[in-house]
Structure formats: structure tokens, C-alpha cells
Ligand binder design. Structure first.
Ligand SMILES: Nc1ncnc2c1ncn2[C@@H]1O[C@H](COP(=O)(O)OP(=O)(O)OP(=O)(O)O)[C@@H](O)[C@H]1O
Ligand SMILES: [Mg+2]
Length: 282
């Protein structure tokens, strides 16, 4: 089972749109995918027209002791399953302040017998205990980024957070890819920032890009994916291509990690785990 976080500390860079459409594109290719909405605002859950469930049928359940993911009901949507978000995450956040509170989700996944090909986290535009839980549980990160100044700064900060998490909390977190979104080739500034990102981060930037597409916004209004709304739209083509490229990269990481010697599970001691603020400050 692969585990992927969609993450960028800057808001509005296409994280939720990307999480939905990568999951749906993989679903169309026969993958079984579980999307976990770890954004307390639950935009992915709302976008898919899923009502906020009771807290014990939501992602909030992952932060309770002795929970099995196998017993939390998921929603079966077109192409993927969804564990919906809950507004109780916001209230719960102030209690999740111990060093070990970044480990909840990884532990639940490790103890699960569910057989998805991919678990995919959508995260909020901030470094919180929830986004850290996603990164600590993941092997891969996808960073959607608009080719504009603030989004690029957010993406670079995200890249640094991922390196810290890899070094201090999760040595398995080795694969990270930027995905350029909402690209408008007519804008000179977009070309400039694309070039900047590709020059600085090379192969970590997917060749495929997501162009601006009104069908993506329209499908969102209808609580569906662009593949169901208009499969010939350029948003559908772009996400299909980007997902193909991403899949190849996930497979090559899988292959090289099978060849490498495994990292022991006990490589991280709970008392070594920094609190979220400490991660940011280091
Ligand atoms: N390729 C695109 N073309 C046109 N509009 C897009 C595209 N991608 C995303 N959008 C629109 O941009 C807005 C922000 O996208 P989205 O919610 O996916 O970003 P986000 O990073 O998840 O935001 P947040 O940080 O608030 O969670 C939405 O209205 C979405 O419909
Ligand atoms: Mg979002």
C-alpha cells in the first residue's frame, strides 16, 4: 500500500482539486484508493457533497486510542473511498500537543488490514498536528503549486518541512513531487516561475502540468469529478496525464525501496519526536 500526502502550506494552490482528481484518475485505472480528508475545514468532503458525519464516523476517530481503520465506515464515491473530515478536529487540536501526537495516523495505518493500493491525504494550508500526522504516515508527497510568487514560497517552505520530517520523524518519506497547477501559458510570470522551479528542483517537478480549466471549477459545483462531468475537458486530460506520470514515479520508488535494506520500525523513539512548533522552529 502506498501512502501519499497532498500538501502545500500556502492556501488555494489546488491541493483539494488535485487530491480528488488524482484519486479519481487512479480509480479509473483500476486502483483502489482511500482518500482521508485531514483538513479540519473539510473542503474535500464538502466538495464531494458528503455531509459531515458524526465524529466517530469521521477522520476524528483516527485520533482516539485503540482504533482500527477497518471499523470506521468510509463513503464509496465514484472512483474512490472517502474518510470524511469533521469540524471536531478543530476542537480536538488543542489537546493534541504531546510529542507522540504526530504518530496517531501512522499507527492506525500500520495496524489496518484494509487493502487499498493507495491512501491519499488532503491537508490544510498550514503546519498543524494533522498535516504532520499525514507526513509522518506517508512515503510520498505531492506539492501542488501555482507558478506565482506566494505559492512558490509556500511550496519551498513545504519542501523544507518535508525534509525535516524525513530527517527527524519519518525516514521513509523520500519521494516528493511538485505539480504545477492553474497554469496559464499566456502569462509571462507563469513561464518565469515554472522555469525557476524546474531549474531549482529538477526531476522533483512533474513534467505534466494542470492548466486552468473552468470544467474543474464547474464539476466542483456539481459535487462530482471532472471525469464524470466532462471527460474530454482539459482538466480531465491534464489530471489523467499527471496521474500517469505520478504513478510511474511511485512505482520506481517502490522498486528502489524494495531493493534497499528496510528501515527498522523502531528507528524513532517517541521521546525524540519534536512537537509541531519545534519542527517549525528547527
Ligand atoms: N486547474 C484549475 N483551473 C481552474 N480553477 C482551479 C484549478 N485548480 C483549482 N481551481 C480552483 O481554485 C480554487 C482553489 O482550489 P483548491 O480548493 O483545490 O485549493 P486548496 O489548495 O485545496 O485550497 P485550501 O488551501 O483552501 O485548502 C477552487 O475554487 C478550485 O475550483
Ligand atoms: Mg483544500
Amino acid at each position: 500500500m502506498d501512502v501519499l500526502s497532498v500538501c502545500n502550506h500556502k492556501g488555494g494552490t489546488g491541493k483539494t482539486t488535485t487530491a480528488i482528481h488524482v484519486a479519481a484518475a487512479l480509480g479509473l485505472s483500476g486502483w483502489s484508493v482511500l482518500v482521508i480528508d485531514l483538513d479540519p475545514q473539510g473542503f474535500l468532503t464538502r466538495t464531494m457533497d458528503v455531509e459531515e458525519p458524526r465524529s466517530d464516523a469521521s477522520v476524528a476517530k483516527l485520533f482516539e486510542p485503540s482504533v482500527s481503520l477497518d471499523t470506521i465506515p468510509v463513503r464509496h464515491l465514484s472512483g474512490f473511498d472517502l474518510l470524511p473530515s469533521s469540524s471536531t478536529l478543530t476542537k480536538r487540536m488543542r489537546d493534541l500537543n504531546k510529542p507522540t501526537d504526530v504518530l496517531w495516523v501512522r499507527e492506525v495505518l500500520q495496524n489496518s488490514s484494509l487493502e487499498y493500493d493507495l491512501v491519499l491525504f488532503d491537508t490544510a494550508a498550514a503546519v498543524t498536528v494533522y498535516s504532520l500526522n499525514a507526513l509522518v504516515a506517508s512515503e510520498h508527497v505531492l506539492i501542488p503549486v501555482l507558478p506565482e510568487y506566494q505559492a512558490i514560497v509556500g511550496a519551498e517552505q513545504t519542501f523544507q518541512t518535508i525534509e525535516l520530517v524525513e530527517n527527524k520523524l519519518n525516514p521513509r518519506l523520500q519521494s516528493r513531487n511538485f505539480l504545477l497547477t492553474q497554469v496559464d501559458a499566456r502569462k509571462r510570470i507563469h513561464r518565469t516561475y515554472q522555469e525557476y522551479l524546474r531549474t531549482k528542483y529538477g526531476d522533483s517537478v512533474l513534467d505534466s502540468v494542470i492548466r486552468t480549466s473552468t470544467s474543474l471549477a464547474e464539476s466542483r459545483e456539481g459535487g462530482t469529478t471532472v471525469f464524470d462531468h466532462d471527460s474530454s475537458a482539459r482538466g480531465a486530460q491534464d489530471y489523467a496525464n499527471a496521474t500517469d506520470e505520478l504513478t510511474q514515479r511511485l512505482r520506481s520508488v517502490q522498486k528502489s525501496s524494495q531493493e534497499a535494506s528496510p528501515v527498522p520500525d523502531d528507528s524513532i523513539e517517541a521521546e525524540d519526536v519534536p512537537l509541531p512548533d519545534e519542527v517549525l522552529d528547527s
